[in-house]
Write a protein that binds this ligand. Structure first.
Ligand code: NDP
Ligand code: 8X3
Length: 258
């Protein structure tokens, strides 16, 4: 196993479930120090012992709702100084709400997706990146989606947030060109997490149908790619990785077992 992450500070947003939690575990195995945020602090706290046992050099769980710029600033300002020297930022916090024609949908759904997936990513990046520039060291890894590559029926706003993520990632890489800082987007297809349960507001039956008769990606598959990108030699910037289940060619071409 690579030692590139030993004692490095890795800041993961949305670490209380799914891809974020799996990524925390994979970085723990590589001996990183983990700064973990989500709204559900108790979930983060319940993960701490296992992460330390797996090899994390340190773990700091922090309650944060990335939708609020004041909260992001406050959390950042109140962090113990050594934790602000972030080596890897994983902007993972995100969600979708509903699956319907946007012109018939409740604007609150659009706002929650835009505020979390786009503005939250911007607020956290704005807090962390100036220090990376000062140190001339760092890596920002953003969670995109195949939904950011092509729109699908009833998903306009979610797809638009992930298209925005893609362009923000590309723009950030350009803004940082000339520094040693790397910028990556990891764009998965269907991953089995709490994503569908959140999308359908707790409707477990509807959420389960998303993954019926198909072998979806698991959060560990995405964590594997994120840690791989972070552990390449410093002169190598993995700009983007798109990964789907083998059964999925794009957001609407998916073969389910009969
Ligand atoms: P989960 O619902 O399993 O996890 C989402 C995580 O984001 C949770 O830890 C949640 O924590 C956190 N989160 C949500 N809103 C906020 C907020 N306002 N502030 C802080 N944290 C927040 O979903 P996934 O693991 O699947 O999703 C992770 C990322 O991957 C998202 O950006 C998603 O768009 C993307 N993605 C997912 C795919 C999939 O098929 N599952 C495919 C492609 C991309 P808490 O509720 O405790 O705040
Ligand atoms: C989540 C994957 O295609 O269900 O980004 O929207 S998809």
């Amino acid at each position: 196993m690579s030692t590139a992450m030993k004692d490095k500070i890795v800041f993961i947003t949305g670490a209380s479930a799914g891809i974020g939690a799996a990524t925390a575990m994979e970085f723990a195995r590589h001996g990183a120090r983990l700064l973990l945020c989500a709204r559900r602090l108790e979930r983060l706290q319940s993960m701490e012992a296992e992460l330390r046992e797996a090899g994390a050099a340190d773990v700091l769980p922090v309650a944060l709702d990335v939708r609020y710029p004041g909260a992001v600033e406050r959390v950042w300002r109140d962090l113990p100084e050594p934790w602000r020297a972030v080596d890897v930022l994983v902007n993972n916090a995100g969600l979708s709400r509903g699956l319907s024609k946007f012109y018939l949908d409740d604007p609150e759904n659009w706002e929650e997706m835009i505020d979390t997936n786009v503005k939250g990513l911007l607020y956290v990046t704005r807090a962390v990146v100036p220090g990376m520039v000062e140190r001339d060291r760092g890596h920002i890894i953003n969670l995109g989606s195949i939904a950011g590559h092509m729109a699908y029926a009833n998903g306009s706003v979610y797809c638009a947030t992930k298209a925005a993520e893609r362009f923000i990632t590309d723009g950030l890489r350009i803004d940082l060109n000339g520094s040693a800082i790397r910028v990556t987007t990891v764009d998965p297809g269907m991953v089995q997490t709490e994503f569908s349960k959140v999308r359908f507001r707790g409707d477990e039956e509807r959420a389960a149908k998303t993954y019926q008769n198909v072998e979806p990606l698991q959060p560990e598959d995405i964590a594997d790619v994120i840690v791989w990108a972070a552990t390449r030699p410093r002169h190598v910037d993995i700009q983007s990785v798109v990964l789907t289940p083998t059964a999925q060619a794009n957001p609407f071409v998916l073969t389910r077992r009969s």
